[in-house]
Ligand binder design. Structure first.
Ligand code: NAD
Ligand code: TDX
Length: 337
């Protein structure tokens, strides 16, 4: 029988890329457990929804009975946990859902791994757990955790729980921490898709503060390949940094989007800074390169070009995700611009 993996949060941006990629390249069964919050979108999985190796289950990782019964019913051998509340600005408005899903949900998954004696749990985490860098240096896996937003605090708490379970119960788990992702199907609350869609509609591009904050950008496809590499060959109890070796300021990103779309820089609107805004993230990825032989393949210039084209080619997807609850959020975050 094929290996059976429970992917949580598989209807989101990165989880759906992972499922599409794995089902096209590997002979494994995937069970996708997703609560379908505002960020979960089954349209992201249309291309594989009829694949016989794929099953969707609607539900939350906080529901222990459900997680257990899904694992038993589908002979799940391992879990890859993408499920999370993932947007920093939303965590600043209300931290509760972040603790509920990111911390308590991860705890439930760890308990199920122990109870059912599963073979592995890969927990998908983020560079933001390390806090903020000054102008120099990079985060390594041994950089102390120092999260600054409610979102990153919830991710750091989850990471600590995973490592505590490894230490205390010998739970077979591994953690990946990745830098900022971009690519198709990203919800337009995040910097790159928000700027692309606003620029396409000649709406203002809201840049926080002076736009000089730096992020290390990686294409979502590269991230998913790295996760699969760690899943197959990573060592239990270890943490692996993943990054794109591509540091850019926010204003550089915004200007490059405007340039490619042939739009005026007068659309840029500098607005009040994000409270507690981290200045710079940068990942040292030597460990995964040397120990597991992975490195990113997609260069930013090509990746952003393809991503912009994807948003242009998929107006229906864009319209569908921008209705309802997202409109209310946008108004609360940016007011009338
Ligand atoms: P996303 O917000 O696009 O998707 C999250 C998914 O989780 C959605 O489908 C949502 O419905 C689901 N979900 C939320 N709460 C759930 C619950 N209680 N039970 C089951 N499903 C639930 O997020 P993303 O950008 O795809 O991020 C995926 C993971 O990768 C997250 O853990 C995030 O912290 C991490 N990460 C993201 C980035 C990035 O740049 N986006 C970078 C590094 C790490
Ligand atoms: O409207 C905006 N204007 C702006 O200037 C938005 C939404 C963002 N920004 C800035 C803030 C950040 O410096 O752009 C940068 C990127 O912002 P986000 O896309 O919100 O990402 P970030 O806060 O860096 O967090 C992301 O990377 C790590 C993801 O949302 C997390 O899920 C991931 O863990």
């Amino acid at each position: 029988m094929n290996e059976s993996i429970l992917v949580t949060g598989g209807a989101g941006f990165i989880g759906s890329c992972f499922i599409r990629h794995i089902l096209s390249n590997e002979d494994v069964n995937i069970v996708n457990l997703d609560a379908l919050t505002y960020a979960g979108n089954l349209e992201n999985l249309k291309s594989i929804e009829k694949n016989p190796n794929y099953t969707f289950v609607h539900g939350s990782i906080q529901n222990a009975e459900l997680v257990k019964s899904v694992c038993e019913k589908h002979n799940v051998t391992s879990i890859i946990n993408f499920a999370a509340e993932s947007h920093v600005d939303r965590s600043i408005m209300n931290a509760h859902p972040f603790i509920d899903t990111n911390v308590l949900g991860t705890l439930i998954l760890l308990e199920v791994v122990n109870e059912l004696k599963l073979k592995l749990m890969l927990h998908v985490s983020t560079d933001e757990v390390y806090g903020s860098l000054g102008e120099t240096g990079k985060f390594t896996e041994s950089t102390p955790l120092s999260p600054n937003s409610p979102y990153s605090a919830s991710k750091a708490a989850a990471d600590q729980l995973v490592l505590a379970f490894v230490h205390t119960y010998n739970t077979p788990a591994v953690i990946t921490r990745c830098s900022n992702n971009y690519g198709p199907y990203q919800f337009p609350e995040k910097l790159i898709p928000l700027m692309i869609l606003n620029a396409l509609e000649d709406r203002p591009l809201p840049v926080y503060g002076d736009g000089m904050n730096v992020r290390d950008w990686i294409h979502v496809q590269d991230h998913c390949e790295a996760i699969w590499t760690v899943y197959k060959t990573g060592e239990q109890g270890q943490v692996y940094n993943i990054g794109g070796n591509c540091e850019l300021t926010n204003i550089e990103i915004v200007k490059s989007i405007l340039k490619q779309l042939n739009k005026s820089e007068s659309l840029i609107k500098f607005i009040k800074d994000r409270p507690g805004h981290d200045l710079r993230y940068a990942m040292d990825i030597e460990k995964i390169k040397i120990k597991l032989g992975w490195s990113p393949k997609i260069n930013f210039e090509q990746g952003i070009k393809d991503t912009i084209q994807w948003y242009i080619n998929n107006p229906q997807w864009c319209n569908n995700v921008r209705t309802g609850a997202y409109r209310d959020y946008y108004k609360k975050q940016y007011g009338e611009m």
